[in-house]
Design a protein around this ligand. Structure first.
Ligand SMILES: Cc1cc2nc3c(=O)[nH]c(=O)nc-3n(C[C@H](O)[C@H](O)[C@H](O)COP(=O)(O)OP(=O)(O)OC[C@H]3O[C@@H](n4cnc5c(N)ncnc54)[C@H](O)[C@@H]3O)c2cc1C
Length: 199
């Protein structure tokens, strides 16, 4: 095991024991994401696990991230899951985003100052994402018009940006799928009620 991974795993273990475990019951009772806790996670490198170091990330391979979530999961599985989604979206944006995206978002995401989440599932499509209804059409000025509804989006209403999977045509299959990062304050974006997920 590399020294870097060992340090991050210890940080995740400490975070689980010192930040998550003493507070998770209170977080569940209020049904709000503990931003002060994820700020602390960011301060010890847990919000940029896979992103390259040039953007403030840790540059871990995806295969090592799972060990980090094992440690965080000793505190709370749902918290670990939410950070795993943030990390994978941050990896996608820092690796495959446009230069403009990286300039605006990369360091805020790797530091945890801003949180990302993933919106793939829809009310009628889960495992088979090709059944999604969401569509994105590019406009003459290079912006996108996106229509659709997502479901089961972890950190909905709490994240700052949603990595949203859409189709760009009505062709069957997956080859016209795109992932578009939609900031939480984008015009027209709205949120329904939270699901009740008893612990
Ligand atoms: C707590 C929680 C958090 C979530 N967070 C997110 C999130 O942040 N973003 C997001 O996009 N989604 C999220 N999801 C949604 C999750 O990814 C979906 O639940 C998942 O894609 C499965 O879809 P489904 O529930 O519609 O089940 P279905 O796709 O309807 O599957 C039902 C069952 O059939 C099985 N099955 C499906 N297809 C096959 C097949 N071809 N062969 C054999 N068996 C099959 C499945 O294994 C499952 O047991 C979350 C879900 C939960 C419960």
């Amino acid at each position: 095991m590399s020294d870097k991974l060992a340090t991050i795993l210890q940080a995740a273990r400490d975070h689980a024991e010192q930040v998550i475990l003493p507070n998770v019951d209170a977080w569940n009772a209020t049904k709000t994401w503990p931003r002060d806790a994820s700020d602390k996670a960011g301060a010890v490198g847990l919000t940029g696990l896979y992103a390259p170091e040039e953007f403030g990330g840790q540059g871990l391979p995806l295969s090592e991230g799972i060990q980090v979530y094992e440690q965080l999961g000793l505190g709370d599985g749902a918290y670990a899951f939410a950070l795993s989604m943030h990390n994978i979206c941050t990896f996608a944006g820092c690796g495959y985003g446009t230069d403009a995206f990286k300039e605006k978002w990369a360091r805020d995401l790797t530091s945890g100052r801003k949180l990302a989440n993933f919106a793939l599932t829809e009310p009628q499509s889960g495992s088979d994402a090709t059944n999604m209804y969401s569509r994105a059409v590019i406009n003459d000025d290079g912006t996108w018009t996106i229509s659709g509804a997502k479901a089961w989006v972890s950190l909905a209403t709490e994240a700052d940006i949603y990595f949203t999977v859409v189709k760009t045509s009505n062709e069957p299959g997956h080859q016209d799928m795109a992932m578009i990062a939609i900031p939480a304050d984008a015009p027209g974006l709205s949120f329904g009620p939270l699901y009740d997920t008893p612990s």
